[in-house]
Ligand binder design. Sequence first.
Ligand code: ARG
Length: 253
Amino acid sequence: MKKRILSIALVAVLAATLACACGKKESTGMTVNDGVLTMATNAYFPPYEYYEGEEIVGIDAEIAKAVADKLGLELKIEDMEFDSIITAVQTGKADIGLAGMTVTDERKQSVNFSDTYATGIQVVIVTEDSDITSVDDLEGKKIGVQLSTTGDIYASDDYGEEFVEQYNKGADAVMALTQGKVDAVIIDNEPAKSFVAANEGLKILDTEYVTEDYAACINKENTELLDAVNGALAELKEDGTLQGILDKYITAE
Ligand code: ARG
């Protein structure tokens, strides 16, 4: 009898250990907590991520949901400053970062990037009556950017830090432009279109500044998740889901 109780206890302990391990790991081997894929983003970047009421929607939100579905995970989206996303992924606060984030060599030192899922173009927004007609005219002008974005990095490199005003949100930079506090804003083309549509008296210059690739960032150590995400993305590309999501939010000119 005693023996039996002991073995039941043993089974219970074993089961508990197993359950605990399952909580941490998915069957595919990628490490995420409790079957939840936590995504870090900065939800002021339409059409990639923005609020619709309480809910964060947009291209990145839908792609992440589709990826999570493929991996049998639940998606949880955490909104934070753009500047904090890479740290969140590095420290494990988030599993993945999707934020219309450009792949750069510098960021690659801190995180891994998935295969690219979209193209971005840095463009210049000016007021309709501006004397700035191309990127060459930006020399010596005040340029508004979103802090730590590629727009910020390139503008600081090309025109000098002292000419660059950093804002926490792209919309704040655009607001500063409408108020005459800066002469131009450098930002990604799709958000630029949406900000110009929402504000009167602004236009986007025809000349593109820089073309770049967007991808999801993942903790350098979690290569299993990187492989799983790339696998899911490949399937979503193949079956047209990815293009469908892009087309839903971006209307071709
Ligand atoms: N593509 C730019 C970058 O990676 C800007 C991204 C800003 N994204 C956002 N969700 N606010 O730096």
